[in-house]
Design a protein around this ligand. Structure first.
Ligand code: ATP
Length: 434
């Protein structure tokens, strides 16, 4: 059943243009996916909402966009070179590599060798950073890494943001962008991929205030995900045990989602102490302390870091929206996330007056919303096609439109129809999208 639902989502995503296997014409690349016309819109809608909630409407959070390839000294100071590793064991029969800290993966692999006794090599730490080279000489001086998290870009710019924004604690730096990890355990569609996008905030506070900030961010993260229409019963907080904490963290809690393949991390909230600013201060040419404007006291701010995975958000949104009612399949997407808000149809395609009126309506709506056009097949099929991609409203221009300037607006979730005057359509949808 669980597998079936994932297969249905993967197949819908491919068929309708949300997500394609990457480099498909060359047989693809494992655990790498591309987003099609609808998927790109979905991602952009999530980014926009996140940006609005956590950047645009706040005076204490400043956005940046830092480079994907940074000076490799950053990763030395941050501890990633030494500690950003997964323990790895190798199957002595087929030499497949599996994560030693995921007993379920080892069990699953054992099942691939029925009747054989699987034995493993001793665990070895495997660094998850992708290495590459600058320039032509592949000597070690030129070695650089693709960033495995967006966070360090914000720490190395701490002073720059502090100075240019004249910010005072508490304040945050936010960025969204790609991160790369040479994951050993991959799979589950877009859940775990080699490259993915993070939307992340480093929130700087006085050391005494970290717990209050942590609790505050727990609430804000929960609000955000519930606000996207995700069912509360499918979400939970899980605190990391001491032995699973990242090398920089004193306390971490994840929001987990009940995926068809089990509970898995959706977002993380970490208390990174003053680990990063302190380390960069010791190892770089800059002292990353903060000077209290009142007391003139100098100290390292402490950091609470909420991280949101964009691609896992998209997966959770799609899984939650997927609805089957008898023969009918639709994506019950929050209208703000839907790739298209409205679809416009001429009832028939062989009556120039109707087609022209529909084209005009389409053009007017398109100036404000993402609108789709369809004039093929019968209306029932067109509704079904829009339902399947989550378009909340379909507008049909028909014979009556030519008489009284009204169109049929049909609602995706209720399938109810009402007549609305063309001149009022813009405001009608704006109201619904609030
Ligand atoms: P996991 O335990 O699943 O490997 P993690 O604890 O390594 O995740 P973090 O370092 O906390 O993940 O990364 C922050 C967020 O980035 C995660 O909550 C998740 O949403 C996203 N993320 C991390 N790794 C991947 C990946 N390989 N593919 C897609 N999204 C990812």
């Amino acid at each position: 059943m669980a597998e079936e639902i994932m297969q249905k989502i993967v197949s819908l995503c491919k068929r309708r243009g949300f997500v394609f296997p990457d480099s498909e014409i060359y047989g693809g690349l494992a655990n790498t996916w591309d987003y099609g016309p609808l998927g790109a819109r979905l991602l952009q809608n999530i980014r926009n909402l996140w940006w609005k909630k956590f950047v645009e409407t706040r005076s204490d959070i400043f956005p940046i966009e830092s480079a994907l390839i940074m000076n490799p000294k950053v990763w030395e100071a941050s501890g990633h070179l030494a500690s950003f590793t997964d323990p790895l064991v190798e199957c002595k029969i087929c030499h497949a590599r599996v994560r030693a800290d995921k007993p379920e993966d080892m069990e699953a692999h054992t099942a691939d060798h029925p009747g054989e006794e699987v034995t493993w090599t001793e665990p070895k730490n495997f660094n998850l950073m992708f290495k590459t080279f600058i320039g032509t000489a592949q000597d070690s001086k030129q070695e650089v890494y693709l960033r495995p998290e967006t966070a360090q870009g914000m720490f190395v710019n701490f002073k720059n943001v502090l100075t240019t924004e004249r910010s005072r604690l508490p304040f945050g730096i936010a960025q969204m962008g790609k991160a790369f990890r040479n994951e050993i355990t991959t799979g589950n569609f877009i859940f775990r991929t080699l490259e993915f996008e993070q939307m992340e905030i480093e929130y700087f506070v006085k050391s005494a205030d970290w717990e209050a900030a942590f609790e505050g961010w727990k609430e804000q993260m929960w609000d955000w995900i519930i606000g996207l229409g995700i069912e509360e019963s499918k979400l939970k907080w899980r605190a990391h045990e001491k032995d699973e904490l990242s090398h920089y963290s004193k306390r971490t809690e994840d929001i987990e989602f009940e995926f068809p393949f089990g509970w898995g991390e959706l977002y993380g909230l970490a208390y990174r102490t003053d680990f990063d600013l302190k380390n960069h201060s010791g190892k770089s040419v800059e002292e990353l302390q903060y000077e209290d404007p009142e007391t003139r006291e100098k100290y390292y701010p402490h950091v609470v870091e909420p991280t949101f995975g964009l691609n896992r958000t998209a997966l959770v949104v799609l899984l939650s929206a997927y609805t089957e009612e008898g023969e009918r399949v639709y994506l019950k997407l929050d209208p703000r996330l839907a790739p298209y808000k409205v679809a416009v149809f001429p009832l028939v395609s062989n009556k120039p007056d109707i087609v022209e009126k529909a084209r005009d309506t389409f053009a007017v709506l398109r100036s404000t919303f993402a609108v789709s056009w369809d004039d093929r097949g019968n209306i029932g099929k067109r509704y079904a096609a829009q339902d399947e991609i989550g378009t909340p409203w379909c507008v049909t221009v028909d014979y009556q439109t030519l008489e009284d300037n009204t169109v049929t607006v049909r609602d995706r979730d209720t399938a109810q129809q009402e007549r609305v005057n063309v001149d009022q359509l813009q405001g009608y949808f704006q109201e619904k999208l609030k």
